[in-house]
Design a protein. Sequence first.
Length: 300
Amino acid sequence: MVGALNADLGIRVDRLPAPGETVAGRDVHVLPGGKASNQAVAAARLGGSVRLVGAVGDDENGRMLREHSAAAGVDVSFVAVLPEVPTGQAIIPVDDDGENAIILVPGANGAITPAGIPAEAYVDAAVVCLSLEVPMAVVQRAAARALMAGARVVLNPSPFQPLPPSLLDATDVLIVNELEAGQLLGVPVDLDSGGVEALCSALAPHGITRLVVTRGAAGAVVIDGDEVTQLAATRVDAVDTTGAGDAFTGAVAVGLAEGRSLAEAAAEASVVAAFSATRRGAQPSYPTAAELAEFRAERA
Ligand code: ATP
């Protein structure tokens, strides 16, 4: 997993402040986050052999993130500690309806350079997972290195930004939510009426024939060549869907690395993501393989 590690500073508020307004906050808590960090922890909890590639500052948040990832079984030896910048932070007020606003402070994530990641980071990787909370030049270099190492590239273009053609050319599997699918096409996408075909046509020139569009509680659409699978979400009483998308991506990466088809990997991932929605937080909500087996057995 190549990308960002963030300390998520969550704050409960009665309502999100309007511009210029001051509101009272409560229940301030710091949790490990960042897309690559989340995806790495999700994959490692499931038993995947995971290397996390990124950077933190030489500070308390950086130590917390490294320790938390390592405790989940992630190899953090390629998480650089940059002395001159703080660890990335996401400041996230959440109101009583669960609505949030996010201020992302890139810190060390924004200071990674393409040359700053050693080529050894990619050795023996079956799958390299990329997300976009680090500079695009780093993502592009990582994709090129992944190909050189014989790994398959899974791209989760979030937060969305225009994608260089060379990055798309290097991508084996694209994982987007519905909003990102629309941003990719430049128009809102209707998956029930022509959206799948429009996405496939836009991606075909880049050789991408495998993609997943996630749809929150409505499940996901999996496209693998001519095969289109509508995946229903596992029904749960969701308490917090934060990081469900990262749980999904991490689990897909594990499935692909284990040689499963995209449809099989995504079906498993949707159970993992649903499990994560039944617990608070992102990383603390991700199941181990044993917890997942129990969750399945309860539903069988
Ligand atoms: P986020 O940015 O919140 O992490 P996302 O927008 O990237 O998420 P979603 O489409 O919201 O991704 O969710 C990813 C997957 O998680 C869905 O395809 C689904 O399988 C599962 N999921 C999300 N929300 C729920 C829910 N309420 N109940 C069951 N499964 C869910």
